[in-house]
Structure formats: C-alpha cells, structure tokens
Design a binder for this molecule. Structure first.
Ligand code: RB5
Length: 149
C-alpha cells in the first residue's frame, strides 16, 4: 500500500520506527514530516496527510502526535477524511470495519512502540464491512456538503 505518514515534534522517533516497520513489510511510505524535534504545529501535518489521502495520492494515512487527538482533528477537517485516534488494537480494527477510517492516529505520549505496531497491523489488515454501515458513513458526506453553503 502507499501510506502517507506525518507527525509533530512529540512523535519523531515513533514515526521513524513505524515507517521503517511498514517499509520492511513492503509498503511504500510518503513522509510529510516532521523529522526534527523543533516545536511545530501538528495541524499542518494532519492536513498534509489528509490531502494526500483525499486526493488519492495515498491509499491511507497514519498520523502521530503527543496524544493523536489534535492531529486527527486537523485531518478530519479535510473533506472525505475519516481519521480515528486509537490507543488500542480493537478500536483501530473497528474503526476500519464499521467507520471505514482512512487515516489512523495515535499518541507517542500515550502508547509504546509495540502497542503502536499492533494497532497499525490490526488497522491495515481490517476491511470495511459495508452493509448497515453504508448509510451512516454516507451521512458523513451529507454533513460535509451542508458545510459548503
Ligand atoms: C504538543 O505539545 C502536543 O500538544 C501535541 O503533540 C498533541 O498531543 C496534540 O493533540
């Protein structure tokens, strides 16, 4: 898969470890940064990854900040993005199966690297179930369209 990955200063090491882990598994990574610990605005990197996913230049996205919260909120401001901040593998799996999440977020200050790898694996392996979830997911788009007035 082509995976866009982005982070803020709180998550440089974890981003690098996750990117290497995914490359070893054969994925193509698009790293939007940051790669230094200089203080930055996580929202910019959430937006960059979200734009790559929404435009189809990436198949999905992974975002990491201190908590996973701020960067996922930023990503969700881009139309077509369903970003989910997860601290456990079950939430990650269900966010794909039920919510068709296309961006996964987590927090480098909240979880350790082994949990992060497990979350990433569960999320990438899971598939959207469709069916009863279709109408609910469709309503996300209706909400976005209402904002365009
Ligand atoms: C940065 O200090 C921190 O606020 C950020 O990484 C993140 O946790 C925001 O949601």
């Amino acid at each position: 898969m082509r995976i866009a990955i982005g982070n803020d200063h709180a998550a440089v090491e974890m981003k690098m470890e996750i990117a290497s882990y995914l490359k070893e598994k054969g994925h193509e990574l698009i790293n939007v940064g940051v790669d230094t610990k200089e203080s930055c605005n996580y929202a910019e990197y959430g937006e960059k990854v979200a734009e790559l996913v929404a435009s189809g230049q990436a198949d999905c996205g992974i975002l990491i900040c201190g908590t996973g919260v701020g960067i996922s909120i930023a990503a969700n401001k881009v139309n077509g993005i369903r970003a989910c901040a997860c601290s456990d593998p079950l939430t990650a799996r269900l966010s794909k199966q039920h919510n068709n999440s296309n961006v996964l977020a987590f927090g480098a200050r909240i979880i350790g690297i082994e949990t992060a790898k497990m979350i990433v694996d569960c999320w990438l392996e899971a598939e959207y179930e469709g069916g009863r979830h279709e109408k609910r997911i469709g309503y996300f788009t209706e909400i976005e369209n209402k904002q365009k007035r």
